[in-house]
Ligand binder design. Structure first.
Ligand code: NAP
Ligand code: HSE
Length: 431
C-alpha cells in the first residue's frame, strides 16, 4: 500500500464530525478505490477543550488555521467551517500552498466560486464542492458528468432541507413555525444563522450554483429573485391544502432560447406533483434536458452523514486525480453569458388571499381590476369572516405576466373595498 493521502479539516461541527466518521468507518472501501489509505492529520477547531464526539487524538487539533492550510503534512484541505471572506482567504492560502480543496460551502462558492476555481486551475489543484448543493444528492456531478452531453433547459427543486422540514411539520402536524425551526437547528440542518435558510438565501445560492453548471453561464446570487418562508402562515397552508396544493420553497431555473430566469419562492404545487411528496429535510431536483427529457434526483438535503458522504466522495475524486496525475481540471469555464429575462418576459400562476368589505359591488370592483390587467381566475373561494363585516377571498390565477401581476397587486391593495392583501404565492405545475 502506498503512502496515505493526508487530510486537513477546517471545522469540526455537524459536517466535520460526519467526515471524520465516514473516513474512519469506510477506510477499507476508500483505500480500495484509490490504492492509498486516508489519514486525517490536522483539524481546526475554535476550542481545543470542547468535546465534539469525534474520536480523534487530541494532538491533531489546532486553533490556528494556518497550521492546516500551509502544513507539509496536508495534501487535501476539507473546508467545513462556513463563512465567506475569512474562509476564502484560507482557501486561497491552501491552493497557493498546492493543497487540493473540498468544500461544502455554498455561501462562498456562490459568491467567489469562479475566482477560486480559476485559482485552483492555475495552481494545478482540484476544488470540488458537491456537498454545497442538496446535501447527500450527487447533483453537481450529475450535471457536469452524467448529463454533460445534453442541453439542460429547466431545473426545479427543493434545495433547502430546513425550510422543507418546517413546511412539512407546519402543514402536516399543525406545529408552530418557531418551534419547528428550533428543532431543525438541533438536528443540524439549519445554518449557524438560520436567516439564510428561512429567507431563501441559502436556496438562492444553491440555485445560482446549479444554474451556472446546468446552463454553463455565470449566474450570480443577485441574478436570483428570492422570497423566503418566514411570512407563511398556518392559514395559507390551510387554504393551499383545501384547494388541492402543497406549499414548498421551490427554486426554478429556466433557459428559454438562451434567456435565463432563476428564482426561489414559496410555491403551491398540486398534491400529485412529484415534488409535493418530498418531506422533512429531504431535497429533490428535477432536471429537464432537451435530449434526455425528464430526470429527478432525490435524497437527504442536510444533516451530518448525508452531507459528509458528498464531501468524502469529492475527496475520492481528488485522490483518483492524484493517482493519474490529472489534478487541476475540476472546473470548466462557462460557455455562455448569463442573459437574464426581464420581469415582463416571465409568466406564472398565482395564489392571492385578501380581506375585503362584505358589501354589494366589492366583487365587481375586484374582477374589473383583474380584467384591466388581463389576469383571469382559475379558482376562487369566498368566505365570510365571523363577527366582522369582512369576507376572505382566495384566488388562483391563470398564467399571468409577472410585471402586470406586480402592478395589479399594488392597485388591489389600494382599493377602498380591500382591507388587506394577506398573502400571495407562486403556483407551479398546474394546467
Ligand atoms: P457547524 O456545525 O456550525 O460547524 C462549523 C464548525 O467550524 C464548528 O465546529 C466551528 O467551531 C468551526 N469554525 C467556524 N469558524 C471557525 C473559525 N474561525 N476557527 C475555528 N473553527 C471554526 O456547521 P455545519 O453545519 O457543519 O456546516 C459547515 C459548512 O457545511 C457550512 O458551510 C454549511 O453551509 C455547509 N453545509 C452544511 C450542511 C448541514 O446539513 N449542516 C449541509 C450542506 C452544507 P465551533 O464549534 O467552535 O463554533
Ligand atoms: N442549511 C442547509 C439546509 C444545509 O437546510 O438545506 C444544507 O445545505
Amino acid at each position: 500500500m502506498e503512502q496515505p493521502v493526508r487530510v486537513g479539516l477546517l471545522g469540526l461541527g455537524t459536517v466535520g464530525t460526519g467526515v471524520v466518521s465516514i473516513i474512519t468507518r469506510h477506510q477499507h472501501e476508500l483505500s480500495h478505490q484509490v490504492g492509498r489509505p486516508v489519514e486525517i492529520t490536522k483539524v481546526l477547531v475554535r476550542d481545543l477543550e470542547r468535546n465534539r464526539g469525534a474520536n480523534l487524538p487530541k494532538d491533531l487539533l489546532t486553533e490556528h488555521a494556518e497550521e492546516v492550510v500551509t502544513s507539509e503534512d496536508v495534501d487535501v484541505v476539507i473546508e467545513v467551517m462556513g463563512g465567506i471572506e475569512y474562509t476564502k482567504g484560507l482557501m486561497e492560502q491552501a491552493l497557493k500552498n498546492k493543497k487540493h480543496v473540498v468544500t461544502a460551502n455554498k455561501d462562498l462558492m456562490a459568491e467567489h466560486g469562479a475566482d477560486l476555481l480559476a485559482l485552483a486551475a492555475r495552481e494545478g489543484c482540484d476544488l470540488y464542492y458537491e456537498a454545497s448543493v442538496a446535501g447527500g444528492i450527487p447533483i453537481l456531478r450529475s450535471l457536469t458528468e452524467g448529463l454533460s452531453a445534453d442541453r439542460i433547459t429547466k431545473m426545479m427543486g427543493i434545495v433547502n432541507g430546513t425550510t422543507n422540514y418546517i413546511l412539512t411539520k407546519m402543514s402536516g402536524e399543525g406545529r408552530a413555525y418557531e418551534d419547528v425551526l428550533q428543532e431543525a437547528k438541533q438536528l443540524g440542518f439549519a445554518e449557524a444563522d438560520p436567516t439564510a435558510d428561512v429567507e431563501g438565501l441559502d436556496a438562492a445560492r444553491k440555485m445560482a450554483i446549479l444554474a451556472t453548471l446546468g446552463f454553463s453561464a455565470p449566474v450570480q446570487l443577485e441574478d436570483v429573485t428570492v422570497k423566503g418562508i418566514s411570512a407563511v402562515t398556518k392559514t395559507d397552508l390551510y387554504y393551499s391544502n383545501q384547494l388541492g396544493y402543497t406549499m414548498k420553497l421551490i427554486g426554478i431555473a429556466k433557459r428559454d432560447e438562451g434567456r435565463l430566469e432563476v428564482s426561489v419562492e414559496p410555491t403551491l404545487l398540486p398534491k400529485e406533483h412529484p415534488l409535493a411528496s418530498v418531506q422533512n429535510e429531504y431535497n429533490a431536483v428535477y432536471v429537464y434536458g432537451e435530449a434526455v427529457g425528464e430526470t429527478m434526483f432525490y435524497g437527504p438535503g442536510a444533516g451530518s452523514l448525508p452531507t459528509a458522504t458528498a464531501v468524502v466522495s469529492d475527496l475520492v475524486s481528488v485522490m483518483k486525480n492524484m493517482r493519474f496525475r490529472v489534478n487541476g481540471h475540476s472546473g470548466t469555464k462557462p460557455l455562455y453569458e448569463a442573459d437574464l429575462k426581464a420581469e415582463k418576459e416571465k409568466q406564472s400562476q398565482f395564489f392571492i388571499r385578501l380581506y375585503v368589505a362584505d358589501q354589494t359591488g366589492t366583487f365587481k370592483t375586484i374582477t374589473s381590476l383583474f380584467a384591466d390587467y388581463d389576469v383571469s381566475f382559475e379558482k376562487l373561494l369566498q368566505l365570510p369572516v365571523e363577527g366582522e363585516e369582512l369576507a376572505e377571498i382566495i384566488i388562483i390565477t391563470h398564467q399571468t405576466n409577472r410585471e402586470a401581476y406586480g402592478e395589479l397587486l399594488e392597485r388591489l391593495a389600494s382599493l377602498e373595498v380591500v382591507r388587506n392583501v394577506a398573502s400571495c404565492y407562486r403556483v407551479e405545475g398546474g394546467n
